[in-house]
Write a protein that binds this ligand. Sequence first.
Ligand code: FAD
Ligand code: AMP
Length: 485
Amino acid sequence: MSEIQQFDLIVIGGGPAGYPCAIRAAQLGMQALCIDAWVNRDGSPSFGGTCLNAGCIPSKALLESSELYHRAQHEFEVHGISAGKIGLDLAKMQARKQAVSKANSGGVKLLFSANKVTGLHGHGRLLGDGKIGYKSLDGKDEKIFAAKHIVIATGSAPVELKKIAPFDGQHIVDSWGALDFTAVPERLGVIGAGVIGVELGSVWSRLGADTVLLEALTEFLPMVDRQVTKEALRQFTKQGLDIRLGAKVVAARTGKKGVEVEYEQGGSKQSESFDKLIVAVGRRPYTDALGCEAAGVALDPRGFVKVDSDYLTNVPGIYAIGDVVATGPMLAHKGIEEGVVLAERLAGEKSKVDYRAVPSVIYTSPEIAWVGLSEEQAVAAGHEVKTGSSPFAANGRARAMEATAGLIKFISDAKTDRVLGVHMIGPYVSELAAEAVLAMGYGATTADIQLTMHAHPTLSETFHEASLAVDGHAIHSVNKKKKPA
Ligand code: FAD
Ligand code: AMP
């Protein structure tokens, strides 16, 4: 084994938390190394982690393609466009998705080289005493590196229901498997109607699968405002998604034809058969073979790496960020922010992540997005709440787009007028969420937004209208009389 090479900072994991941390550290003058173990199904190593290779990006590529297919079939006519019979070339759609992922992960490589980050494909292991053991993917090259700062950014992995519905890679698959189907299943089952379940269910339903989502909770998307989820359930059901709430899957048996699923709903046992079953019941922090125990890094009972508000673990010099820590939601942009902020704090800057304004998005059609508290959460937290909402049906641009389903709702503090949350469903609300993040980041009051001009005709006018509706003076939608909360 050659001599130990020294860096200022070593990141283990090259996903959205790890690679920006390494890049920002290098920009701030540190010698940074990022080690990443991701290998795609075709055997190619690839930076970008779950997000670029098996998560955000490939799912959004398929959501875009399947949405276009759906719109061509169902919406062209209303615009006066006749396109003949719309066909589906799934192999081509999948190849495009792969190309999109590849282009993004190739971008990370370019950024490493432009910022003078050393990027290595391979496995990293904590050895303690500021050292990292590196093993190349083919196992032929082994090295030891040392650094003053070591960052764990090893991300997360899908939760498996080992006793109920173990993955077999063919009939029972995780989210990665569900992104790679080579044929549209005739009947598709999805366990879990959370963010990933609803997005993947939408993709295959739009492409023609008869799709059933089985969700153990009786409430749909409990983290989102009730007014928004009520509309979401109505829209998704109209599109043909069969969402069964209070349906707890208790067993799944695979046979030659597919999979037989047993679930309990309303006190009785039910069963369904599917060609494919996607298990989308959440993700777990991933620290397998990382050497946490050997290095003395403490995990919490759910397996997350324990950190303080500086992302420092219980071991001096070892930090953790992204999905592998329990702070904030498991989202790519949360990881990016943590990566950048950690590098800046290590360089002596006073950066901080604002966890009050983390946007969340579900990329269905219509999209769902939220920032901050729902009305239910705000009331439970003891706020005296005032709310206002405006429907996209009252928006000229949305009408021109044939996308009038949905609404934007403001949840504000009745005493201070501060915006506590904005929850939305509708066209491109993923983009409109940025306005709420900015407003809440600056501590905006509802009046601040009411006094801001929005271009006409844009979807953002509904954002403005919803803020006006909080105080009962919306112009383009009817103000509802509300009882005080
Ligand atoms: P990861 O992206 O999981 O990266 C960790 C990396 O570390 C991996 O490459 C892994 O191979 C590597 N690694 C692990 N152990 C080692 C080791 N010992 N040595 C070397 N390398 C190691 N989030 C959003 O914000 N928006 C979305 O639209 C979205 N869509 C999603 C859709 C799906 C289907 C899924 C599954 C997830 C989605 N997410 C989305 C979540 C998002 O992908 C994660 O929050 C994000 O990838 C977490 O980033 P991370 O860097 O913490 O971890
Ligand atoms: P998320 O955490 O957003 O990915 O959502 C996962 C969803 O899966 C949650 O809403 C869980 O209630 C649901 N879930 C977990 N186990 C089961 C099960 N056995 N049957 C049905 N739904 C489940």
